[in-house]
Unconditional design. Structure first.
Ligand code: OXD
Ligand code: MN
Length: 622
């Protein structure tokens, strides 16, 4: 069979002539720059997916997992295991558009900027000829439900079949998207693992990547992402953090909506009343667990719309509505088990790509937290290939950031409205973090402006492990610090501007599941018992005004006994959970003030200075 070619490059699958004009121009540019050996236009079919997995198996990048249905396991080069914030850049004409200018002598922590000129140089150093000998896969995808006015299109060119397989899970991808796109605009994403053939040096663990030259660059003005050198996670599945959060929030600012690092759930109470809420926690603080919560209170049901990202805008009636732009879950494996998240465990039995977890001799997977589920007589090979790995070994069985990538529709508690093109109505916004001391289980902000302050001042204990270290609590505004794509001062300003006459502003809350007693023991059981806190929050959003809250210096806190504690396995210490130590909070206000004024400096909205003053004032009188 004679292959059709495009710009002299054979097209091994798909029909270039049927591509929308703008997509063709994009392809032409990428082909000329990257010089692939073949072009493959992805159709998103099952058959194509099988082909991708067969290629990956033949190349030694993934292996089948016969214990489950259609699941595979990938192991990366150990140097390519996580998002790399230090190599992630926003490129805008002026630096101040992208990041605030900190106070003199202060190192900025709110993103990395690159000038368009420097980015051009960086691109020229990396992309010309970077796909030599490889196939360029062209993916058309849609972030958000097909046909929703809130959804957006993307096109990604990539030379990684692993990325194709994962993007097919994480986004709506393929022919139906190309058909629906017509001449609509799309976010332009170019990705290369940075290993043209023939290789200059041998691959490690068969995983192509180029850690020395890794770069993830965003041009927010023109909706472009260029990612080089990494094949893993948010560095390469460009629909997720790069598009849905970084480019997404820049578009959202221009168009007057919000793109946030938030889960979305629907909660139905025993009376059958259902309300939706969104919650923002920093990475690895339990968003996926909360999104898939199994309620410990009888009669309550929690249904999942999304576990990581929410796109939200007010409709014509002034109701805030949210969609989940994603189509799958890219969740952290270690710690996930039948106690912490039985729903996730059920979800990942089929059609899942696991990455960097350990393998069992019966063709299954293993990670820290699954010890009790391990069948007798089974041996473990660690993610690094250590055979007969034993619990307690020096190195973990699975990488701490190992992941499952699975279609959302497989989740047994997926919300029936999760693909509603209109989005789901949001009544409450929750912020939170890991705060071992001083921060109560839950409080409600006094008003929208105070709620924005609560979001801007999110902090969380830096953790890669579950043990209590009592170490550094890091600021993470809106739980989005690694995903900010424009000046954090303007980000806060945009949130403030969302409050408009005619809009029903959701209430804003802060939760902390991670407070500890003086011996370092958690004060709150968490997991399924978090429904008790969600219940209080949603009662606060109800039109029936119950007498369940009281004013405190941080905001409204629950009146003693107003959170349903019936049936808790162990009693909790209410006073300790809601204690507001004055000395802690006076220091906290100083820290907040220093962080915001050091980092955001002249771009900090004055409303935040007023909130700092008011919080200090309330505590000084406490
Ligand atoms: C993620 C993250 O992968 O936030 O979702 O790091
Ligand atoms: Mn995330």
């Amino acid at each position: 069979m004679k292959l059709v070619s495009f710009k002299g490059v054979p097209v091994v699958r798909g029909n270039v002539d049927s591509l929308p004009r703008k997509v063709l121009t994009f392809l032409e540019h990428d082909v000329e720059l990257c010089q692939p050996a073949f072009i493959h236009i992805c159709d998103g079919s099952d058959e194509e997916n099988r082909l991708m997995l067969d290629i990956l198996i033949a190349e030694g990048i993934v292996q089948p997992l016969p214990k489950y249905e259609n699941c595979v396991l990938a192991h990366t080069d150990p140097r390519d295991v996580a998002r790399v914030e230090s190599k992630t850049f926003i490129s805008t004409e002026s630096q101040r558009e992208a990041i605030p200018v900190p106070k003199p002598g202060v190192k900025g922590q709110l993103g990395n900027w690159m000038s368009p000129e420097d980015l051009d140089v960086a691109i020229k150093k990396r992309f010309p000829g970077c796909m030599k000998g490889r196939t360029l896969y062209l993916l058309a995808y849609c972030m958000g439900p097909m046909g929703s006015p809130l959804s957006k299109f993307g096109i990604q060119a990539t030379d990684s079949a692993y990325v194709v397989a994962c993007m097919r899970i994480m986004t709506r991808m393929g022919m139906q998207v190309l058909d629906a796109m017509g001449d609509s605009d799309f976010v332009r994403c170019l990705h290369s693992v940075g290993c043209p053939l023939p290789l200059k040096e041998p691959l490690r663990r068969d995983w192509p990547c180029n850690p020395d030259l890794t770069l993830i660059a965003h041009k927010t003005a023109t909706n472009e992402v260029m990612s080089f050198g990494s094949g893993y996670g948010g560095n390469s599945l460009l629909g997720k953090k790069c598009f849905s959060l970084r480019i997404g929030s820049a578009i959202a600012r221009r168009e007057g909506w919000l793109a946030e690092h938030m889960l979305i759930v629907g909660v139905t109470n025993p009376e059958g009343v259902k309300r939706y809420l969104v919650a923002a926690f920093p990475s690895q603080c339990g968003k996926t667990n909360l999104a898939m919560l199994t309620a410990s209170l009888p009669g309550y049901k929690v249904e999942c719309v999304g576990d990581d990202i929410a796109w939200m805008r007010f409709d014509e009636k002034g109701q805030l509505r949210a969609i989940n732009p994603e189509n799958g879950f890219f969740g952290v494996c270690p710690g996930t088990n039948n106690k912490t998240n039985p729903i996730a465990m059920e979800t990942i039995q089929r059609n899942t790509v696991f990455t960097n977890v350990a393998k069992t001799s019966d063709g299954g997977v293993f990670w820290e937290g699954l010890e009790e589920d391990l069948p007798k007589g089974v041996s473990i090979t660690s993610w690094l290939g250590e055979e007969n790995w034993q619990p307690g070994s020096e190195r973990p069985a699975a990488h701490p950031n190992s992941r499952f990538c699975v279609p959302a529709c497989q989740c047994p508690t997926i919300d029936p409205n999760w693909e509603d093109p209109a989005g789901v109505p949001i009544d409450a916004i929750i912020f939170g973090g890991r705060r071992p001391v001083g921060v109560p289980l839950v409080y409600e902000s006094l008003n929208w402006q105070h709620g924005v302050f609560v979001g801007a001042t999110v902090s969380s204990e830096a953790t890669t492990a579950a043990e209590y270290s009592g170490h550094e609590v890091m600021h993470d505004p809106f739980s989005s610090r690694p995903f900010l794509s424009y000046n954090a001062g303007n980000y806060i300003g945009h949130w403030l501007e969302m409050e408009k006459p005619g809009c029903k502003m959701p209430k804003i809350f802060h939760v902390n599941w991670f407070r500890r007693d003086s011996k370092g023991k958690f004060l709150w059981p968490g997991f399924g018992d978090n429904i008790r806190v969600l219940d209080w929050i949603l009662r606060r959003c109800s039109d029936e005004k119950e007498d369940i809250a009281q004013m405190s210096p941080v905001g409204f806190i629950p009146k003693k006994g107003s959170i349903n504690m019936e049936g808790l396995e162990n009693p909790v210490d209410w006073n300790e959970l809601f204690d507001l130590p004055k000395d802690f909070w006076m220091t906290e206000v100083d820290n907040i003030e220093k962080y915001l004024t050091d980092q955001i400096n002249e771009d900090l909205p004055p409303e935040m200075l007023k909130e700092i003053q008011d919080l200090r004032q309330r505590f000084s009188q406490y």
